[in-house]
Write a protein that binds this ligand. Structure first.
Ligand code: MRU
Length: 349
């Protein structure tokens, strides 16, 4: 039973503080949209689908606190709430997908009285959260057939239960393979600078009894050259129409290493991560984060003060390095433009 990082109980949104894992399990409580936006910026909650789920609750909280005389007035204030949440992190498209879905819900129920409309929006946020775990399980069922019994799989960052409404995308495929009776072992890249692999992936897999070995980011090539890795699976923050995939910084290097060693490289992501409005990955906005994440580790300075720093949080892996993209509606492989468009056509309107 995998962890669920986002709970809604007694009208309170509860999120495990992912900044403190694995040393402390602290649950923070949220009842207003500005605090939810802050939680996304500061990475209390992170991972593309989880950010989308949290933002949906943020929108519902914002709507709840609007007291307007007409729907038009409501809609103006509501759009301002959505804009605050949309300005949190730029790369993961699930954030914008979830906010758009909440906007469509508000518009579709413009005829409801204030209190009913607010209840409907909360119900939509709850549905987005519940649906996310169902989607991940469907993705797991489609993807697990790609892994043989005994496979040793490398993953980068955390695309697990912690990054979603539950179960995980890349780690969901691993969980599904294990549930199908296969002996799977996982190598987790530590994932500097934020250490999602070391702190989060190892934590949740270890909790579930799935064998996991932690490596530093620069060790993957050596292990591949020694024949110790059979496949790579990662999540995604945004996938362009041609299959180019933005994911945590370092993913691109792992994909090139996998290609060099003839190791399959898979991406697992829900349809909501696919952005058909972008023809290729060069158009994906890449978040640049604060310098402290690079100059410090575990709260200690590891570089001279005043040194120049770059900190792009994501990179783009060209589609040619990707063996298959696993979604809840099946796999895209080969001609990604055609396959991804066909998979997106199965998305409910
Ligand atoms: O900066 P983060 O931790 O939000 O980045 C997360 C990732 O890059 C994940 O791999 C991606 O969001 C997929 S999560 C299912």
């Amino acid at each position: 039973m995998s962890v669920k990082p986002i709970l809604f109980e007694d009208n309170v949104l509860k999120m495990i503080d992912q900044r403190l894992l694995p040393n402390e399990e602290v649950w923070l409580e949220y009842t207003d949209y500005k605090a939810v936006a802050e939680a996304i910026v500061t990475m209390v909650v992170r991972g593309a689908p989880a950010i989308g789920v949290a933002a949906a609750f943020g929108v519902a909280f914002g709507a709840r606190d609007i007291f307007a005389a007409s729907f038009d007035e409501f809609r103006r204030e509501f759009d301002a709430v959505c804009a605050v949440l949309a300005a949190t992190r730029p790369t993961a498209v699930n954030l914008f997908w979830a906010i758009d879905r909440m906007k469509r819900c508000a518009q579709a129920h413009a005829d409801l009285a204030g209190a009913d409309l607010k209840e409907r929006l909360l119900a939509e946020a709850l549905e987005i959260a519940a649906e996310d775990e169902r989607i991940n399980r469907a993705m797991g069922a489609h993807g697990q057939v790609l892994f043989a019994d005994g496979a040793r799989i490398l993953t980068h960052c955390n695309a697990g239960a912690l990054a979603t409404g539950g179960y995980g995308t890349a780690l969901g495929v691993i969980r599904a393979a294990v549930e199908a009776g296969k002996k799977i072992s996982v190598y987790a890249d530590e994932t500097r600078p934020w250490l999602q692999g070391a702190r989060l992936t190892t934590w949740e897999l270890h909790k579930d009894g799935i064998p996991v070995t932690l490596i530093c980011d620069n060790m993957a090539g050596y292990l591949m050259s020694k024949g110790e890795i059979d496949g790579v699976i990662v999540g995604a923050d945004r996938i362009a129409a041609n299959g180019d995939t933005a994911n945590k910084i370092g993913t691109y290097s792992v994909a090139i290493l996998a290609k060099e060693h003839n190791i399959p490289f898979y991406v697992a992501a829900p349809i909501s991560t696919i952005d058909l409005t972008l023809s290729d990955g060069s158009l994906i906005p890449i978040e640049e984060r604060g310098h402290d994440e690079v100059t410090h580790c575990g709260g200690r300075r590891i570089a001279p003060a005043g040194i120049a720093v770059r900190n792009p949080a994501f990179d783009v892996t060209p589609a040619r390095y990707i063996s298959a993209i696993i979604t809840e509606h099946g796999l895209a492989r080969g001609d990604f433009n055609t396959d991804l468009a066909a998979l997106c056509a199965k998305r409910p309107a």
